[in-house]
Design a protein around this ligand. Structure first.
Ligand code: PLP
Length: 381
């Protein structure tokens, strides 16, 4: 096949799965209102932090009786704070279908040493949730960023469960529906579907999670950075923007700008529609090119944010080297940055399709995928 260079390039080649592309309208001067050099405990700082919490509630549709806090350590900080503070009261079930979920298993089994059942699925699949005992505390990742899968819905989670559900939703929030009544802890970072900055995590707690916090004290010591209660009571201030330690007010401003943008494209519904449209561009391309496949074979569990692809062509000699070389070619051309599969995941490509990516840029990228694939097949020969 002749390898003609495609005529059009994506206007923005940023398809990284985190930090993800900033909203298309983003410019640095939008951050001019950040209260730099001011205390986050001054009225102006407190107001910004409170607004970040309440706008999150508004855009994501978080129930009024759920607590929303801004915590240190990005999504990892939020997940670990939840596990260290809540687990141990009853048996745990750890679900993992990619490397971040596997990391939470290590935390619980090797560090906290909790009595836990571990259920795993291969890359591209998820655990059958109907086999999970939700009377245990269940920790899982809603969208598997490194394997391109997602939980399709919360139907398998009983409303009257005795355990807590602790859900790492960092690459799902602002792109997928989250069934709040089925989730007791939800975490995410600003750096994913909103195109915000990392370092701060969002920790969302159901009334049942708060009840656990106030009725159970873990057997292990908790550093200040993880402490959500004082004298057996929830530290309410954390959930009004009185953060445990100092946040970056520049990042907070950036988050507020991103939330405004999310509202401007139709809020959560608009964000989901954009991610779905982006993923459809790739699905159409995969349908018509038999050398490319989704890592997630089953459409119902396929992610609309971190889309993971694998090459399927008998001519490919070394799958990992091939995929890396394709990603490198695309990067060298400046048409796609950071789209190699995650280091622990099967060889292939991972293309972020969250709402901050423009559909036109994915459309422009597809012919380049073909170009890079053919060029690499030829180079191998
Ligand atoms: C599913 C999942 N969990 C956790 C993390 C860690 O997030 P952070 O680096 O924001 O703490 C990531 C990052 O990509 C992720 O995809």
């Amino acid at each position: 096949m002749a390898m003609t260079t495609p005529a059009t390039r994506p206007a923005n080649p940023r398809f990284s799965s985190g930090p993800c592309a900033k909203p298309p309208t983003f410019t640095l001067d939008q951050l001019a209102d950040a209260p730099l050099g001011r205390s986050h405990r001054a009225a102006v700082g407190k107001e910004k932090l409170k607004s970040a919490i309440e706008t999150t509630r508004d855009v994501l549709g978080v129930p009024a009786d759920y607590h929303i806090g801004i915590v240190p350590g990005s999504d990892t900080g939020a997940v670990e704070m939840a596990m260290w503070s809540l687990l141990g009261a009853r048996k745990a079930t750890m679900l993992a279908w990619e490397s971040f979920g596997a990391g939470w298993v290590t935390d619980v089994v090797k560090q906290l040493k909790i009595d836990a059942e571990v259920k795993t699925a291969d890359y591209g699949e998820i655990v059958d949730l109907t086999t999970v005992d939700f009377d245990t505390d269940v920790v899982f990742t809603w969208n598997g960023t490194t394997s391109g899968v997602r939980v399709p819905n919360g139907d398998a989670i009983p409303a009257d469960r005795a355990g807590l559900t602790i859900c790492d939703a960092t690459s799902a929030a602002f792109a997928q529906e989250l069934p709040w009544d089925k989730l007791d802890v939800v975490t995410f970072s600003w750096q994913k579907a909103l195109g915000g900055e990392a370092a701060h995590g969002m920790l969302i707690l159901s009334p049942r999670a708060v009840e656990r916090l106030e009725s159970y004290t873990p057997a292990w010591p908790l550093p200040k950075i993880f402490r959500l209660t004082k004298g057996g009571k929830l530290i309410d201030g954390i959930f009004r923007g009185e953060t445990i330690n100092t946040p970056s007010m520049l990042c907070v401003e950036d988050y507020l700008v991103a939330l405004d943008w999310a509202k401007s494209v139709g809020g959560l519904e608009g964000m989901i529609a954009r991610a779905d449209a982006n993923t459809a561009v790739i699905a159409d391309f995969v349908d018509t090119h038999d050398w490319l496949e989704f890592l997630a074979a089953e459409p119902a569990i396929r992610s609309n944010t971190s889309v993971c692809l694998k090459f399927a062509d008998a001519r490919i000699q070394d799958g990992a080297a091939f995929a890396k070389a394709v990603a490198k070619r695309l990067e060298a051309e400046g048409v796609a940055l950071d789209i190699g599969a995650y280091r622990d995941a099967p060889a292939g490509l991972r293309i972020w399709c969250g709402a901050t990516v423009e559909t036109a840029d994915l459309e422009a990228l597809m012919p380049w995928l073909e170009w890079a694939f053919e060029a690499e097949i030829a180079a191998q020969a």
